[in-house]
Write a protein of this length. Structure first.
Length: 239
């Protein structure tokens, strides 16, 4: 069974025991593995994270500790490979990133690769849940809305001093903005290189992001827009 296979691999990667064939598989799927929890019934993967940046341009949205905290909003300690398998477990499929000019257009047309990315956090004692796009602004046109579509690309396996490793586990970029292909997820729009042109890329919405050190939950789920799907994929801000 696909779910059992995913659970076994999750247990192996996280270094934790996962029981296969015992009890309700949906209960096992709700286990928290090194700060990453996945819920098969509700089709959500939830990741513990910390806000690590309050202002500036972005190359990533999510990174590992001591890597890209100067250009990412969130830092996580869970393994990106476990996040990858959690996304598989809720029915998503990777559409590998290749950096080609038409990649973003074709990627958005893959319904099983599109991801909704939201953030849960507390503000003045109230629990809030917002699309991560609310925390972002376009550098070129600060008034235009930022797309809410993300793409599950999956990282890749390579060698590091002999053994094969999942690239995102060692490279540090977990959710990227299209600058490299090792991240587990990529933004669904081509933003350009912010270091080459002040009109390109995304920046933080300083009025929305909590203070550095704030603990949050990142929530990943299938992106489902029934209105758009009925009429065909909406072409959002294509370049």
């Amino acid at each position: 069974m696909r779910l059992v296979s995913v659970l076994l691999v999750l247990g192996y990667l996280a270094g934790l025991p996962v029981g296969a064939g015992e009890g309700d598989p949906s209960e096992a799927a709700a286990l928290k593995l090194a700060g990453i929890e996945f819920d098969i019934k509700n089709r959500e993967v939830r990741v513990e994270a910390t806000v690590c940046l309050n202002r500036g341009i972005l190359e990533y949205l999510v990174c590992l500790p001591q890597t890209f905290e100067h250009e990412a909003i969130f830092c996580i300690r869970g393994k990106p490979s476990v996040l990858h398998l959690g996304l598989l477990a809720i029915g998503l499929e990777p559409y590998p990133f290749d950096g080609a000019a038409d990649w973003w257009e074709t990627a958005r047309e893959q319904p099983r690769s599109r991801v909704r990315f939201e953030v849960e956090y507390e503000n003045d004692g109230k629990k809030l849940r917002r699309p991560v796009s609310d925390w972002l602004v376009n550098r070129g046109s600060r008034e235009s809305a930022v797309s809410s579509v993300w793409i599950f690309t999956g990282s890749f396996f390579g060698r590091r001093e002999g053994p094969r490793v999942y690239a995102a586990d060692v490279a540090g970029g977990v959710v990227g903005l299209g600058q490299e292909g090792a991240s587990v997820l990529q933004f669904g729009e081509r933003t350009g290189n912010p270091y080459q042109d002040k009109e390109q890329g995304l920046a933080l919405n300083e009025n929305a992001v909590p203070v550095k050190g704030t603990k949050v939950k990142l929530v990943f789920a299938p992106y489902e827009d029934k209105a758009q799907d009925a009429a065909g994929i909406k072409k959002e801000g294509r370049q």
